[in-house]
Design a protein. Structure first.
Length: 92
């Protein structure tokens, strides 16, 4: 894999992890939003609005989360990975 491909993969992973962290930080609102939605597509659109996601950002990554990932330990691990990816992208 080329360095440019690795950079693009890192940028994509970073954007997805940032969405997950935003959802974890607002987990009660996320659960309520999903619960009140008509279907998966409605839930995804409502999550995009709730989390202020730019067009094209996949809210489905939030819908695919398992409740077991809503722990403080998991959130800390994701935050560390986000920080590492940001640092990697800055140095490339």
């Amino acid at each position: 894999m080329s360095e440019e491909d690795e950079r693009e993969q890192a940028k994509l992973r970073l954007s997805l992890l940032e969405v997950v962290l935003a959802a974890l930080d607002r987990r009660a609102e996320v659960v309520e939003t999903v619960w009140e939605s008509r279907d998966r597509a409605d839930a995804a659109e409502r999550l995009r609005v709730l989390l202020g996601l730019p067009a094209g950002t996949p809210a489905e990554v939030v819908l695919d989360l398992q409740v077991g990932r809503f722990t403080a330990e998991r959130r800390q691990a994701l935050a560390r990975e986000v920080a590492d990816l940001r640092q990697t992208l800055r140095t490339r």
